[in-house]
Design a protein around this ligand. Structure first.
Ligand SMILES: [Zn+2]
Length: 312
């Protein structure tokens, strides 16, 4: 039996686990890295995490999900807006440093595969997974296959243009992306702009405003907080309605920190889906929440690596 480590490398944190074929983890580590803007630092952090969870056992393969546009087959990172990387041969560098086979995917693809294999997506025919975390990530598993598109960038809705040309700035450099309205980072930026104008007065204290801060403020009657959450949720819901019409999924799986923090977001997303999807297709999709939570990406990345190593 192969010994496989899974890694989930996000914009601000890293999680690692030694993952068994049934998805169970015998050893895990997670820490906030605060932004690994130099890929060499990321590689060294991953090497330390692999050593920590392996506890002296020889590792056969490492699977990684990274918040980035990742080319399939090569693990080449074309762009990672939240890490600040452009054109990094990440898979190749990491494989050379670790000396074992390395499989790199976009983080949401690893999460979607983890939920499909071991979580709330088990048994789905066509699974659409959307996580609201720092950004908006999504991926598709259809017919038992992780859908990648031609280069590996398929399945993403976060950078669909949902607002005008002078809309909020996205981490990708464009304006008006969906992620610029409803991701945790976008909510914090938009809240900071309002606070600079003397609004959102019920939120006190320094530091970034979180979705939970906004949720509490909205519950206490702050109209600005409510508008931010509901506008973001509505835009996401309408986009998902369009995807449902195109894809005809039987399961839509939602999760991530912002999703679980805000009832206003959850309600607006559901209403947006009901508005934008055709009732005929809406009826055939079951909406579920993430079962594995933050460990989905670790389990999925490890399973994708195990399959690659085992493939003839
Ligand atoms: Zn964008």
């Amino acid at each position: 039996m192969s010994v496989v480590v899974g890694i989930d490398l996000g914009g601000t944190g890293l999680r690692a686990g030694l993952v068994a074929p049934d998805g169970k983890m015998s050893s895990t580590r997670s820490f906030e890295h605060g932004g690994l803007r130099n890929p060499v630092d990321a590689i060294e952090a991953i090497v330390r995490a692999v050593e920590a969870v392996a506890c002296g056992v020889k590792v056969d393969a490492v699977g990684i999900g990274v918040a980035a546009w990742v080319e399939k087959a090569t693990g080449f990172v074309a762009r990672a807006p939240n890490l600040g990387w452009v054109d990094v041969p990440f898979g190749e560098l990491l494989e050379r440093r670790l000396g074992v086979p390395v499989v790199v995917h976009n983080d949401l693809k690893a999460i979607a595969w983890g939920e499909y294999r071991f979580g709330a997506g088990v048994g789905a025919d066509t699974l659409l997974v959307v996580f609201l975390g720092t950004g908006v990530g999504s991926a598709i598993v259809a017919g038992s296959t992780l859908w990648t598109g031609a280069r590996g960038f398929g399945g993403e809705i976060g950078h669909v243009k949902s607002g005008p040309d002078d809309g909020p700035l996205c981490g990708c450099g464009r304006r008006g992306c969906l992620e610029a309205y409803v991701g945790g980072g976008a909510l914090a930026r938009r809240a900071a702009e309002l606070r600079a104008k003397g609004r959102l007065k019920s939120i006190t204290g320094a530091g970034d405003v979180t979705a939970l801060d906004l949720e509490r403020a909205a519950m206490h009657g702050d109209p600005d907080a409510r508008v931010l959450l509901e506008q973001g949720g509505d835009l996401l819901g309408r986009s998902l309605g369009a995807v449902i019409n195109v894809l005809n999924p039987d399961v839509l799986l939602l999760g991530g920190g912002v999703w679980f923090a805000s009832q206003y977001v959850r309600d607006a997303v559901r209403e947006g889906i009901d508005y934008a999807s055709h009732p005929f297709l809406r009826k055939s999709v079951r909406i579920v929440e993430s079962a594995l939570g933050p460990t989905a990406g670790v389990a999925g990345a490890a399973d994708l690596a195990r399959r690659k190593v085992a493939a003839p």
